[in-house]
Design a protein around this ligand. Structure first.
Ligand code: GLA
Ligand code: GLA
Length: 644
């Protein structure tokens, strides 16, 4: 398509036919180019077991096509109709506590349910047979936000699938016992039949059992995608297939998923009241671009204004929706879609904003909808272009899952650790890719590894060669502590990175949390580089060859290294044993070495990104700014040719 995607979820089944004509008229007025149809239409398409009703969908697709609006056709499998679970209660998911989840909302099925899969496949086959060569079809949209509400299912059927998954991974029960460390707490299994999913249990679950269940659950949901995609590829050749991701979603390993998508698409809902939202949104865009190997992606859903599922649902102030849309385009999106086209009149999402609000056409939100459509039309020349980053942050679901288990040295948030670095780089105006620890790092000058707690030997070695070959590597605390089975890397953690970093770690000593009995919580202090306060983590670092750039001051860590730097091979490696509040000072030191000649940082809350010969200057602040001779109002954006 030679236009950017612009439009949203379109749910005509919620409205009488008179409204449909109005929809198409207003879509054209708004410059809508694509509509996502049928996401929650299963009950309408198959009102009884095996009886399909397609006439209404024929009508809708023909209307859209006649108007030149392209169709992102959903497979409608996201919300099974009530008759299905009534006839086959075995499809219903079960929680860790043994509670069966019932009907009345959506996604009430287990990804491992053979009955669900049989019915879903039949529906997808029928849709693909009927519409697979429809001239208006732009893409297929599998299911919706897979795993969103039911990330883990503990039913008997999932338990059996988990055992099969484990057998494929370990071949023998001895292999599983070894990997899971079942000599601990008398957990040794005699056969795969004895193994259970980590259902509610008296104390800490076996950590590797938990991790494998996370891996298995991600794979089980990905299998739901694969099954549908295979049918679509067979019956609708040449039409790309995707499913909508959920940004930094913990329960799906999107590296594995990204490889299966014909293009990556994402749903992102900022909290307009969160001052960190622009940086966090930018981070999510960069993750999506990275998951697709740098290819353009589609922002599949965002809210035109407020959502309906937070405690307080702030409206987006004027300009914010446009800013975040242009931010997505700047960071690699070839389409801007919203949830949803027309705000619902009934149902659980009637207070979620739509492109066309309850109050109709004569509204600020609809005017902004129209303006954004017109502006996106002018950006068509950018379609297909890629960005190139010199800096990458390691990102890995194994580390995310392992770091946030309950039996750990301290409760830490993985994404918070990643975001701390990302935000600093964003403020500095540095474009970032995300990479898996097993990726090829050779195109980057700087790698940052925050809390990458799981590092298999192969990744430790390739990080070491990256530095050997002249790369710059920053390693944050709680990295390289465990291997892929969650066994501790002995002799000071870090493994092969000990030599690269010129240190070993002798003991963890995170600062105390506030106590119920009161008293002062000793705050962490550091001297040297990034002098001042520090957060969340401390440890005893033994230096072999590294230079100490900062030290802890006071408390049991007094005088111990907090930040180190080590020249190794042709490169340099830094280690941080805490989270300094003045992280910017550390970043400056690193960037001076890694990216000499970097332009000055943009003003606060201003983002500058270049893509496809265009320069996007985005002012997220609510005051006017002047940047490189351009004057921007509050929450304003300017797109210029690079040569201007
Ligand atoms: C998700 C879903 C949509 C809708 C929105 C509301 O993104 O995919 O169906 O529920 O959330 O924010
Ligand atoms: C209790 C248990 C031990 C061990 C310790 C850990 O004392 O008896 O097996 O779990 O707690 O603090």
């Amino acid at each position: 398509m030679n236009r950017l995607w612009y439009g949203g979820d379109y749910n005509p089944e919620q409205w009488p036919r008179e409204v449909w004509d109005d929809d198409v008229r207003l879509m054209l007025k708004a410059g809508v180019t694509v509509a996502t149809v049928g996401v929650f239409s299963w009950a309408k398409l198959e009102p009884e077991d095996g009886r399909f009703e397609f006439a209404w969908l024929d009508d809708i697709l023909d209307r859209l096509h006649a108007a030149g609006i392209r169709i992102d056709l959903a497979t409608a499998t996201a919300s099974p109709p009530p008759w299905l679970s009534l006839a086959h209660p075995d499809i219903l998911p079960v929680t860790a506590e043994g509670v069966t989840l019932g009907t009345g909302s959506r996604q009430q099925y287990s990804p491992s349910s053979a009955t669900y899969r049989r019915h879903a496949d039949r529906l997808v086959r029928a849709l693909a047979q009927r519409y697979g060569t429809h001239p208006g079809l732009e893409a297929w949209h599998v299911n919706n936000e897979l795993a969103c509400h039911v990330p883990h299912d503990y039913s008997e059927e999932s338990a059996a699938a988990f055992r099969a998954w484990l057998e494929a991974r370990y071949s023998t029960i001895e292999g599983l016992n070894e990997a899971w460390g079942t000599s601990f707490w008398s957990q040794a299994y005699g056969s795969f039949d004895e193994v259970m999913p980590p259902r509610a249990m008296p104390s800490f679950p076996n950590p590797t059992q938990l991790l494998d269940f996370d891996r298995f659950s991600s794979d089980a949901w990905l299998d739901v995608y694969r099954a549908e995609a295979a049918i679509l590829h067979e019956l609708s050749p040449g039409v790309p297939v995707t499913t909508n991701f959920m940004g930094f979603f913990k329960h799906a390993d999107y590296w594995a998923w990204g490889r299966e998508m014909d293009f990556v698409s994402d749903d992102h809902y900022v909290d307009p009241a969160d001052p960190a939202a622009p940086a966090f949104a930018a981070m999510t865009r960069d993750l999506m671009r990275s998951l697709g190997g740098g290819a353009p992606w589609i922002l599949m859903e965002q809210s035109p204004s407020a959502v309906n599922w937070r405690e307080r649902n702030a409206a987006k102030p004027p300009g914010m929706h446009r800013l975040l849309s242009l931010q997505s385009v700047a960071r690699g999106a070839d389409g801007i879609m919203q949830f949803q086209w027309r705000q619902s009149r009934a149902g659980a999402e009637k207070f979620h904003s739509g492109m066309l609000p309850h109050a109709g056409e004569n509204t600020r939100v609809f005017r902004e909808t129209v303006e954004l459509g017109a502006e996106l039309e002018t950006l068509a020349p950018i379609i297909g272009s890629r960005l190139s980053a010199r800096v990458a942050i390691l990102f890995d679901w194994d580390s995310w899952w392992a770091l946030e288990q309950s039996a750990t040295p301290s409760r830490l948030s993985y994404v918070e650790n990643v975001f701390r670095w990302y935000r600093e780089l964003w403020r500095r105006g540095v474009l970032v890719d995300f990479v898996h620890p097993s990726a090829d790092f050779s195109s980057y000058q700087l790698l940052v590894a925050p809390a990458t707690v799981v590092l298999p030997e192969s990744s430790r070695r390739s990080l070491a060669s990256f530095v050997d070959d002249g790369g710059h590597l920053v390693v944050g605390y709680q990295s390289g502590v465990l291997d892929e089975d969650l066994h501790v890397i002995l002799d000071g953690y870090l493994g092969e990175l000990r030599e690269v970093l010129g240190i070993r770690i002798e003991e963890f000593a995170p600062p105390a949390a506030p106590s119920f009995s009161g008293g002062d919580v000793p705050s962490l202090a550091i001297t040297g580089l990034a002098a001042g306060t520090a957060q969340e983590w401390g440890e005893v670092v033994d230096v072999s060859t590294a230079e100490v750039l900062a030290r802890f001051a006071g408390g049991m860590l007094d005088g111990h290294p907090a930040i180190t730097r080590n020249a190794h091979g042709a490169g340099t490696a830094w280690y941080l044993a805490t989270a300094p509040d003045a992280l910017s000072a550390v970043l400056e030191e690193v960037l001076t070495a890694a990216l000499p000649g970097l332009p000055a940082a943009p003003p606060a809350d201003v983002e500058i990104v270049e893509r496809g010969g265009l320069r996007f200057v985005l002012n997220h602040s609510d005051t006017a700014v002047e940047v490189d001779g351009l004057r921007l109002g509050p929450r304003d954006a300017r797109v210029t040719g690079l040569d201007i």
